[in-house]
Design a protein around this ligand. Structure first.
Ligand code: FHN
Length: 420
């Protein structure tokens, strides 16, 4: 597990090919595939135990006329995101690129290489390129039947499984990864998904993960690879939860991490799920990640025509409005080590600037204690207006209408307000 360097300064981006990730802090995850047509879960093939023959009919219906990678890339950029990750293939086995190893692809279905469109759009917007790639493939005839496979309860499971050959599947898996890492220029991030060892599961040996990871490093030396090959990767990927503190590896050293989160609890398009988080909550999750030396990958699931949901577009726009004014508190920022966060605040720090993210405003008072350095100013980040403060030997019990700043701050203390 590599231990990330401390939050790099902006010029480090050229020194370390992975510094962009620690600086960027915020990316867009896009789950798109045939599952957007049944529109109830990206695991629908497994959950409803659909045979490949039955499920393939969605490929005949696949016509993502509203999938516009430029719209996606612009929405991500405007939201303050610095990278985006597209499902090149999810567990259903349907490929969104022009694979020579199968005709179960978007090119065969509708003549479009959506991965190529995605990469071109990201580059146009100056975003880093991420590929999600499923290790699991429920469509492939050599992928052996296991505890999550759609045919797991088939009465002829043993007979169906007898002819399957995981060695052949591994060559297919490695071959497709080679296609993705040689066919689209520089790929900055590879999100493998996922390994499930144990009873009737699949472990790193099933993927030949060591050999696969070596291939990835050989083909894309500067790439960031996640931790789901069943091996240590370049980062840890907590899913749908925020760690309580900076994440550490077995050696007790902090590690790079990225929480992958959804706007509504679903990864793929889920038509009847309208349980969207607020922009304020998502921003607090983002700032929470940065304050714990992590990043956040926020997911959207385009619908059966490939269009982004109105709710997702509205959330990304509202997040972008806040990021327009407060991006400095996220990009290139990190934890405010050694400074205690008063109740109702989240702290991030970048260089000599301390960012105090308030969850309520106005406040009666706020005491920041144990600050090193000298306070030059205290201001609201969104409009630059000053905030009255006093440097006090010790906080008084009730300080009204201003911010008592105990001790000395690292320079400028800047307060960010929640979305109003
Ligand atoms: O099974 C997948 C799931 O569908 C989704 O893609 C998430 C996203 O990180 N990963 C797996 C569950 O951990």
């Amino acid at each position: 597990m590599s231990t990330p360097a401390p939050t790099p300064t902006l010029q480090d981006e050229h020194a370390d090919p992975r510094a962009w990730f620690d600086l960027g802090r915020f990316g867009l995850f896009i789950h798109f595939g045939l599952y957007a047509i049944p529109a109830r879960h990206e695991w629908v093939m497994s959950r409803e135990q659909r045979t490949p023959e039955d499920y393939e009919r969605y490929a005949e219906l696949f016509d993502p006329d509203r999938f516009d990678a430029r719209t996606i890339a612009r929405a991500a950029r405007a939201a303050g995101m610095r990278y985006a990750v597209l499902t090149t293939k999810h567990h259903e086995g349907f490929c969104l690129w022009d694979s020579a190893l199968t005709d179960y692809t978007s090119v065969a279905a509708c003549g479009r290489d959506l991965v190529a469109e995605f990469v071109a759009a990201l580059r146009e917007e100056g975003l880093k390129v991420g590929f999600y790639h499923s290790l699991i493939d429920w469509h492939h005839e050599d992928f052996t039947i296991d505890r999550v496979h759609p045919l797991r309860e088939h009465p002829d499971r043993a007979a169906l499984d007898a002819g399957r050959d995981m060695a052949r599947y591994r060559e297919y898996l490695h071959g497709q990864v080679r296609e993705l890492l040689t066919g689209y220029g520089t790929v900055d991030y590879l999100f493998f998904d996922f390994t499930y060892p144990g009873e009737d599961g699949k472990g790193p040996e099933d993927w030949d993960s060591e050999r696969l990871l070596a291939l990835v490093r050989e083909l894309q030396p500067g790439i960031i690879v996640n931790d789901r090959l069943g091996l240590s990767g370049d980062l840890v990927t907590p899913e749908q939860y925020q760690p309580v503190a900076p994440m550490v590896g077995p050696d007790g050293q902090e590690v790079r991490w990225e929480s992958c989160q959804t706007t509504n609890g679903s990864w793929g398009y889920d038509r009847d799920n309208h349980d969207f988080k607020s922009a304020d909550l998502l921003l607090r999750m983002l700032v929470d990640s940065v304050g714990k030396n992590g990043s956040m990958l926020l997911n959207v699931g385009p619908d059966g025509r490939g269009g982004l949901r109105r709710e997702d577009l509205a959330l990304l726009a509202e997040i972008g409005d806040w990021m327009d004014l407060h991006g400095d508190a996220v990009h290139g920022a990190g934890p405010a080590r050694g400074i205690e966060a008063p109740q109702g605040t989240i702290l991030t720090r970048r260089g000599d600037r301390l960012y105090v993210h308030l969850t309520a405003w106005p406040m009666q008072s706020l005491h920041l204690t144990g600050l090193p350095g000298g306070v030059r100013a205290a201001r609201l980040l969104h409009d630059g207006s000053e905030v009255a403060f006093r440097v006090t030997a010790q906080p008084e019990h009730s300080v009204h209408d201003n911010m008592a700043i105990d001790g000395l701050a690292p320079g400028t203390v800047t307060f960010t307000l929640p979305i109003r």
